[in-house]
Design a protein around this ligand. Structure first.
Ligand code: PHE
Ligand code: FE
Length: 283
C-alpha cells in the first residue's frame, strides 16, 4: 500500500527499499531498468493467478477497471497507466521506495497522487510479503482509482489524514483505512464482494473474506471501526461491509474532530470480538 508504519504495524525491521533515491516528498523515478526477467515473470504469475480468482469475489468496479493497468505479462511502466488514469479521474501514480511516513503519505493523497512501490517480491515470497510491493500497490489499489467516487474518497482520506495528524488521531484513522481501503467488503446486486486492496491482492484472503463462514461481517460503522484493533499477520476476523462507494464517501464526510474526542474515553475492541448487541450480516 505504500503507507506509513502506523497502518502496517510498527516494526523494527529495516524497510527493504533504497530511500537514498527518494526526494523530500519521498517520490523517485520508477527504476524500470533494474527489473530482471525473473521480476517480470513474478508479476506475470501473480497477476494471472489473481485475475483468475476475481469473478464472483471482486466488486464489479474493480473487475471493469483492471484492464486499465495495461500489460499483465510484465511490470507496467507507471507513466503509461498515468496517461489513462489522469483522463479518467485526475489521479496519477507516483513511485516510492516503499512504506513512507504518514505526513508525506497523506500529502500525496490529498493531491491526488497515489504512491506505488516499484520493487517486486522475490519468487520465494510469492504467497506472502511483509511489506507492500509493486504487485500489491498496483493490482490492489490502482484499479479503483479509476472510479470517480472512490477516487474522490481517497483524496478526502488524505486531507483527513493531515487533520488527524494534527489531532493525534492517526491510529484511529489508520483503522478506518485498514478496514475499508485495505480490507473492505461491498454488498452488490449479485452478492457480497471485496473492494479492499489487501484482499484483492491476496490469493488466500479473497475467498476467505467473501465466502468463509468463520469471520464476522458487520455493516460499516465509523466509530466501531476506529475502536477495532487489527491483525497484520493473519486473515481478518472481522470485516466491515458497505452497500456502495457513495455510502463510504458519505459516512466519512462529516468532521471527525468530535468523533476522535469521543473515542478517547472508550476502550479498544479486539480484532475478533463479537459484541452481544451487534448483528452480523448473514451469509
Ligand atoms: N471527514 C473526515 C474528517 O473530518 C476526513 C476523512 C474523509 C477521513 C474521508 C476519512 C475518509 O476528519
Ligand atoms: Fe495497501
Amino acid at each position: 500500500m505504500a503507507v506509513d508504519p502506523v497502518v502496517y504495524g510498527a516494526s523494527d525491521r529495516q524497510p527493504r527499499g533504497d530511500y537514498t533515491r527518494a526526494g523530500a516528498d519521498y517520490t523517485c523515478p520508477q527504476d524500470y531498468d533494474s527489473y530482471t526477467a525473473v521480476d517480470h515473470d513474478t508479476y506475470r504469475r501473480l497477476y494471472a493467478r489473481q485475475a483468475a480468482l476475481l469473478p464472483g469475489l471482486a466488486c464489479d468496479e474493480f473487475i471493469a477497471a483492471l484492464p486499465s493497468l495495461g500489460a499483465s505479462d510484465h511490470i507496467p511502466r507507471f507513466e503509461e497507466i498515468n496517461d489513462r488514469l489522469r483522463k479518467a479521474t485526475g489521479w496519477e501514480i507516483v513511485t516510492v521506495p516503499g512504506l513512507i511516513p504518514e505526513v508525506p503519505f497523506f500529502t500525496l493523497l490529498a493531491n491526488r497522487k497515489f504512491p506505488v512501490t516499484d520493487w517486486i517480491r522475490k519468487p520465494e515470497e510469492f504467497d506472502y510479503i511483509v511489506e507492500p510491493d509493486v504487485f500489491h500497490d498496483l493490482f490492489g489499489h490502482v484499479p479503483l482509482l479509476f472510479n470517480p467516487v472512490f477516487a474522490d474518497h481517497m483524496q478526502e482520506y488524505g486531507k483527513g489524514g493531515l487533520k488527524a495528524h494534527g489531532l493525534g488521531a492517526c491510529e484511529q484513522l489508520s483503522r478506518l483505512y485498514w478496514y475499508t481501503i485495505e480490507f473492505g467488503l461491498i454488498q452488490q446486486q449479485n452478492g457480497l464482494r471485496a473492494y479492499g486492496a489487501g484482499i484483492l491482492s491476496s490469493s488466500g484472503e479473497l475467498q476467505h473474506s467473501v465466502q468463509s463462514p468463520e469471520p464476522q461481517r458487520l455493516p460499516l460503522d465509523i466509530e466501531r471501526v476506529m475502536r477495532t484493533r487489527y491483525k497484520i499477520d493473519s486473515f481478518q476476523q472481522t470485516y466491515f461491509v458497505i452497500n456502495s462507494f457513495q455510502e463510504l464517501f458519505d459516512k466519512t464526510a462529516p468532521d471527525f474532530t468530535p468523533v476522535y474526542e469521543r473515542l478517547q474515553g472508550l476502550h479498544d475492541i479486539a480484532a475478533d470480538a463479537r459484541l452481544a448487541e451487534e448483528e452480523a450480516i448473514q451469509h
